[in-house]
Design a protein. Structure first.
Length: 150
């Protein structure tokens, strides 16, 4: 009888602790306070309505045509985005895994710093502002859907 109670208690503790651990891991990875996934299976992602607002808010402070930036990448418009910069076009239509816009905003950029740029102090203190998982997914899905000017 005592073993049954102990087993039930252990299972109860695991069931209660697992979500708390998951919450703590999410918080430590900076995943808290992010908007939920906005896309639905089969939804067409629009450059103007879904992607450009993300670029405008997070990328244009550095990647506007009139700004100096070492990559020479301007993101003021669809045309400038697709033209690319010093590292070539940031979008490989239909292939998010090969697109620099997806790779540079993700966890392990292929070169240089993760975008959007944050100070080392913000990164080290855990106060860096990155794209949310939902924003990353919107951009990746737009690329996968052909990166259309829609």
């Amino acid at each position: 009888m005592e073993k049954r109670v102990s087993l039930r208690l252990a299972i109860s503790i695991i069931l209660v602790a697992a979500p708390v651990c998951s919450f703590a891991q999410s918080k430590s990875r900076g995943l808290m306070n992010q908007t939920p996934t906005l896309t639905k299976p089969g939804k067409t992602i629009s450059f103007r309505q879904d992607v450009f607002p993300i670029i405008s808010k997070n990328c244009l402070p550095c990647h506007a045509e009139d700004n100096f930036n070492p990559s020479e990448l301007s993101l003021d418009s669809y045309e400038l985005l697709m033209e690319g910069g010093k590292h070539g076009p940031p979008v490989v239509a239909g292939n998010a895994k090969e697109s620099l816009i997806v790779r540079k905003t993700g966890l392990n950029p292929p070169f240089g710093d993760r975008m959007p740029l944050n100070s080392k102090q913000k990164i080290e203190s855990g106060n860096a502002k990155w794209l949310t998982e939902a924003e990353l997914k919107i951009i990746a899905e737009w690329v996968e859907q052909g990166a259309k000017d829609n």
